[in-house]
Write a protein that binds this ligand. Structure first.
Ligand SMILES: Cc1ncc(COP(=O)(O)O)c(C=O)c1O
Length: 567
């Protein structure tokens, strides 16, 4: 075989080496990374070069040469590149009079890596969270702090916050994973028949086989039936469903399909501000143009068509806007868009020839009285053929949110409407490159159905806005849906100046101080985007009620103290 594997060895951890010539025998242990190396490029490497090895590597070499005949070769030169940054000194190759490049310098450096990746930011797991993890470690080590525990309200991960999985879902997954349990009388018949149905649709009746790239057939059918019930009978063709690795994967796939062009012809994508940072991150990674439209905080984060028009017209001067993304119910802003608003957005998309991307992962997280979730698909079809026959829509859902909260299984789907058949064929090809989404996540998606109410979350949503609105300097819209509140906070001028000296956004400075002084971990609004001169934080409403009350009280006390200190 043309390529074999060379291994980067952590001293003291390695036990073997090699493979090659069709012999894929890796006897590797923890701490060993494999790197493919072309034999053709390193003919000399077939020989042993013990003299070039550092001590631990020599130990490995002697072990490999005295071991079984399967461990037959050890590729070494160029040694320092191959084996570690150990004490072997690398001679330099003269490239020109002024530039010397070591032949063993790294191929991938911060200057030579893909620049679009460096532009990616994801606040939800950013510096505040890293510091929170460090503080938790310090607390375990006995470091004294003004608090005993870190309360994390930074991420919408329901199970991590104590939400219990729904028994039926886990029973079906257990049965699918270990079909022997189908003979176990303690499992209920409805879970067994669901598991049998899923397994019959899996290759070799095993959850461990790849599925079709679009997803397991019976799951596609069940998801389509679910959508029809949800949308009061609007038809859904299973062939328009693609199962995904969480909604994130579907969103990224659609953006990949969409983004192209150069300079002024580069694809632009309209996203709400504040936004869920997956969107800005994905657009940065793809080198697309991010077009911001601002949600109206004064009107409970609603969408305003005149603002959409403004942002679109401005964007048309420097890029080619081709899609608009809407998150409903909203993250981080927790609003539920009205039916009228959705109709307006559909008309706008039709008029401006924009593809609609409807992120509806929080569709069952609706709490406020008078608010109701309306799917874009249903509204589109109820607006009649003028729209339903032409507007291109992709909507996304996930197993991660709502009553499921099963983020770790990475289940999701997207439904495409009015996609050009040739593009659809390209989409099918694109998703086939990653073979298939995780099959256990697909099995879980099969179970999507409203099975529980979210009354505990509704209570927490109400309490959060109520308490925050009692604090002078904090104002919070009602949390109508999703899992977050995004209150507006006033930050005194002196604090803004101190933040600037530390090269921090004012709300990052605020949240970092909050974390250090109280152990409360929130995410600064700047990570989601906000109007210039306004400051926010995002908090989930997921912590258990007793912790949520502690959290809100601490935020209240902190805000008062912080304001006094800097006023
Ligand atoms: C609005 C929104 N879209 C998509 C996602 C990603 O969800 P998934 O876990 O299904 O990838 C999230 C996760 O928090 C989200 O809030």
């Amino acid at each position: 075989m043309a390529a074999t594997w060379m291994q980067r060895i952590s001293p003291g951890k390695a036990r073997l080496l090699t493979g090659g010539r069709g012999d894929a025998a890796f006897v590797c242990t923890v701490g060993v990374q494999r790197q493919p190396v072309s034999v053709a490029h390193h003919p000399a490497s077939v020989a042993h070069h013990p003299a070039t090895l550092t001590a631990p590597h020599r130990a490995v070499h002697s072990l490999s040469s005295s071991s079984s005949s399967r461990l037959h070769r050890f590729f070494s030169p160029p040694p320092s590149r191959a084996l570690s940054s150990g004490p072997v000194s690398a001679p330099e190759e003269k490239m020109s009079d002024n530039v010397r490049v070591s032949p063993w310098a790294k191929v991938l450096t911060i200057d030579t890596m893909n620049p679009t990746v460096k532009k990616v930011e994801y606040a939800v797991r950013g510096p505040i969270v890293q510091r929170a993890v460090q503080i938790e470690k310090e607390l375990r080590e006995g470091v004294k702090k003004p608090f005993d525990e870190v309360i994390k309200a930074n991420i919408g991960d329901a199970h991590a916050m104590g939400q219990q999985p729904i028994t039926f879902f886990r029973q079906v997954l257990a049965l699918c994973s270990y079909p022997e349990l189908l003979n176990d009388n303690t499992f209920p018949e409805d879970a067994k028949s669901r598991a049998r149905r899923i397994l019959q649709s899996c290759g070799g009746s095993s959850l461990g086989s790849y599925s079709a790239s679009q997803g397991i057939d019976c799951v596609l059918q069940d998801v389509a039936r679910y959508i029809e019930r949800r949308d009061g009978g609007v038809p859904c063709n299973p062939d328009n469903i693609y199962l995904t690795t969480g909604a994130s994967d579907g969103i990224m796939t659609m953006l990949k399909l969409l983004v192209c062009g150069e300079d002024e012809g580069r694809t632009g994508v309209m996203i709400s501000i504040p936004q869920y940072p997956l969107y800005s991150a994905a657009l940065a990674e793809l080198g697309a143009v991010q077009i911001n439209y601002y949600l109206n905080e004064e009107k409970c984060w609603s969408m305003d068509i005149s603002e959409l028009q403004r942002s679109l017209e401005e964007a048309r001067t420097h890029c080619n806007p081709r899609a608009i993304c809407i998150i409903n119910p909203g993250n981080p802003t927790g609003q539920v868009q009205s039916r009228e608003c959705i109709e307006d957005v559909i008309r706008f998309a039709a008029k401006e020839r924009l593809l609609l991307m409807a992120d509806e992962v929080y569709q069952d997280n609706v709490y406020a009285e008078g608010c109701q979730f309306h799917s874009f698909k249903k509204v589109l079809f109820e607006m009649g053929p003028e729209y339903s026959d032409s507007v291109e829509l992709v909507s996304f859902h996930s197993t991660s949110k709502c009553y499921m909260g099963e983020c770790g299984f990475r289940g999701g789907y997207m439904e495409i409407v009015n996609m050009d058949p040739e593009v659809k064929a390209q989409l099918t090809k694109l998703v086939s490159v990653r073979l298939c989404p995780p099959v256990p996540g697909q099995a879980l998606m099969d179970l999507v159905e409203r099975t529980a109410t979210l009354s505990a979350l509704a209570e927490k949503a109400k309490l959060t806005a109520e308490i925050l609105n009692t604090v002078p300097g904090i104002s919070c819209n009602p949390v109508q849906g999703a899992m977050y509140s995004f209150p507006n906070i006033s930050i005194p001028k002196a604090a803004i100046e101190e933040a600037a000296e530390m090269d921090q956004a004012p709300d990052m400075f605020y949240c970092m101080r909050l974390l250090e002084e109280t152990g409360i971990c929130l995410v600064p609004g700047s990570g989601f985007g906000q109007k210039d001169g306004t400051y926010h934080f995002r908090m989930t409403i997921l912590p258990p009620m007793d912790k949520l009350k502690v959290l809100l009280t601490k935020v209240k006390e902190f805000h008062e103290k912080f304001t006094n200190q800097y006023s």
